[in-house]
Design a protein around this ligand. Structure first.
Ligand code: SF4
Length: 77
């Protein structure tokens, strides 16, 4: 994994086409992700959880629907 833990500027994005609404990300980072009316995860607050939790949620997504980018390099995790 890239050495991006030192930054506090990770941006998460959910691809609604890939999300199955399993709820893993909302359980791991419940201040950042929430399921909408269609049972698709949405980012409700980029700063809702720590970067660590956001990364963990992204890595735990079974369909890899969550992309994480670092603001400056736009490194994809
Ligand atoms: S972990 Fe992935 S598939 Fe599950 S709700 Fe979150 S974005 Fe959707």
């Amino acid at each position: 994994m890239q050495d991006i833990q030192n930054t506090s500027k990770l941006t998460v994005h959910v691809d609604p086409e890939k999300c199955t609404g399993c709820g893993t990300c909302t359980a791991l980072a419940d201040q950042t992700f929430a399921l909408n009316d269609e049972n698709i995860s949405e980012v409700i607050n980029q700063n809702g959880n720590s970067d660590e939790d956001k990364l963990l949620a992204a890595q735990s997504c079974p369909t890899q629907a969550i992309t994480v980018t670092e603001e400056e390099s736009e490194e994809k995790v």
